[in-house]
Design a protein around this ligand. Structure first.
Ligand code: ADP
Length: 444
């Protein structure tokens, strides 16, 4: 049993852990992807803006650049593009004729020309922003973002008129920044994954607690129910087996055996009804059927028959049900609640004792009070008596009938009506069960 419990617990915890971990990792991946994408996008947006400014200047649409053929480092916002080691230039312009020959070799300078000589005119890329990678020397590779323009022959900028102009902006700094942000993101991801693993483990342990408690209660409930059903079944089986050994006896001669069996059958019926009520309450399928009823009428309907029952057991029952009010309740459930309380009061009060049933009404509340001069309930058990199958030892010892389910049903009915139930000592002896309900209540 313990082993079963452990493996169930482990499996559930592992499932929870996996779910939490996967959710966290997915969340981090999405976060990382968004941050990475936004960063990359915003960083290249600056470069694209620079390309556009250069384009406007070359086509004569913007403010003419006084040194159009010199490497440009100034951006639209006036910031200097940061120089990077090994990158000899930031912005360059190559002028091609239609045949792809570089025309501004002089302006580029010998060193730059040597590098840019690798660039070929590709007319298909006209007006397109493209990326270009090439070796600046044996060891380093430079990245450029380029835009190819075709300048009209009528252009006022003579050096460009009628030619193809390729604007190249060095993006080594951007690539470096992107590389370092991705590296940082990667390291952050690893650290967060480790933290997420710990967090998922901790959360799965916390998350398991209510599941284990519910599972434990369910196990206990089934075990108790089976145990309680076994006793009457065994008695009935014994009686029937005995009767089978006396096939010729008249029924009257074995009336006692049959009565015992019938008593056990009705006890079992009561138990299964209680179990069913609790099972339905657990499954939340027991729907309240509220209606407006008179408190006085309802309580008198249920309590009057108990006058006779109490009298037959030499106990005195006093009904104080004068309070009048219209209450919105499920009448069947409230009747069941009163029956549970009165049954207990009569059951646990010895002959000669007194039971008082009182109804109370105030502006906002209505209530029920059942006091008795019975055996009373020890302080340590006052909360537990509302647990399923809990019975105070003295009740067991006195072999009072019952399964310890009545008060848990009473508690459930009270909660369903948004009420409160509690028990206090009656003086000099016995107990008082007090129940309070709101008069204005909205049920689901
Ligand atoms: P049971 O079927 O055993 O009466 P309940 O759930 O109704 O089950 O009550 C749980 C336990 O609470 C009882 O076994 C008994 O020990 C105690 N109890 C309930 N009502 C009274 C009472 N009026 N006086 C003394 N003990 C009570």
């Amino acid at each position: 049993m313990k082993q079963l419990k452990n493996s169930f617990q482990k499996r559930q915890q592992l499932k929870l852990f996996g779910t939490f971990l996967i959710s966290f990792i997915l969340l981090f991946l999405v976060l990382g992807a968004i941050v990475g994408f936004l960063f990359q996008h915003s960083i290249y947006q600056n470069v694209n803006q620079s390309l556009q400014i250069q384009k406007e200047q070359i086509l004569g649409e913007g403010t003419p650049n006084r040194h159009p053929l010199k490497p440009q480092q100034r951006q639209k916002n006036g910031h200097q593009r940061p120089p990077i080691s090994g990158a000899p230039f930031q912005t360059n312009i190559i002028v091609f004729n239609a045949a792809g020959k570089v025309l501004n070799r002089d302006v580029l300078g010998a060193r730059n020309y040597q590098l840019f000589n690798q660039v070929k005119l590709n007319k298909n890329q006209l007006n397109q922003v493209t990326n270009l990678d090439f070796n600046t020397n044996q060891r380093t590779a430079s990245q450029f973002r380029t835009l190819l323009l075709k300048v009209s022959g009528k252009s006022s900028q003579r050096e460009y008129a009628g030619h193809y102009v390729l604007i190249l902006i060095n993006t080594d700094a951007e690539a470096l920044a992107i590389h370092s942000i991705f590296r940082s993101l990667f390291i952050t991801m690893i650290i967060f994954t480790l933290l997420a693993t710990l967090l998922a483990f901790w959360l799965s342990r916390i998350g398991m607690r209510p599941i284990i408690t519910a599972w434990h209660k369910q196990q206990e409930f089934s075990a108790n129910a089976a145990h309680e059903l076994r006793t009457p079944l065994a008695i009935i089986q014994n009686q029937l087996e005995y009767l089978l050994t006396k096939p010729h006896q008249p029924i009257l001669a074995e009336a006692e055996k049959i009565t015992i069996s019938l008593n056990e059958t009705s006890r079992m019926k009561a138990l299964t009804e209680q179990l069913l009520t609790l099972a339905r309450s657990d499954a939340d399928v027991l729907q309240l059927k509220p209606s407006q009823v008179g408190l006085k009428t309802l309580s008198e309907q249920v309590t009057t028959p108990y006058l006779e029952i109490a009298a037959s057991q030499h106990k005195s029952l006093r009904l104080e049900t004068q309070a009048t009010a219209l209450i919105t309740v499920d009448p069947d459930l409230i009747k069941q609640l009163i029956i549970i309380l009165l049954d207990n009061a009569v059951k646990y009060t010895p002959a000669g004792g007194t039971i008082i049933f009182t109804t109370l009404v105030s502006n906002d509340h209505w209530g029920i009070k059942v006091s008795d001069t019975g055996c009373g309930i020890p302080d340590g058990s006052k909360k537990q008596i509302f647990d399923r199958f809990y019975r105070v030892d003295s009740a067991r010892k006195k072999e009072q009938t019952g399964y310890g389910l009545g008060l848990s049903i009473a508690n459930w009915i009270t909660t369903q009506h948004h009420g409160k139930i509690n028990v206090v000592d009656n003086h000099p002896q016995g107990s008082i069960f007090r129940l309070t309900f709101p008069r204005r209540v909205h049920y689901r």
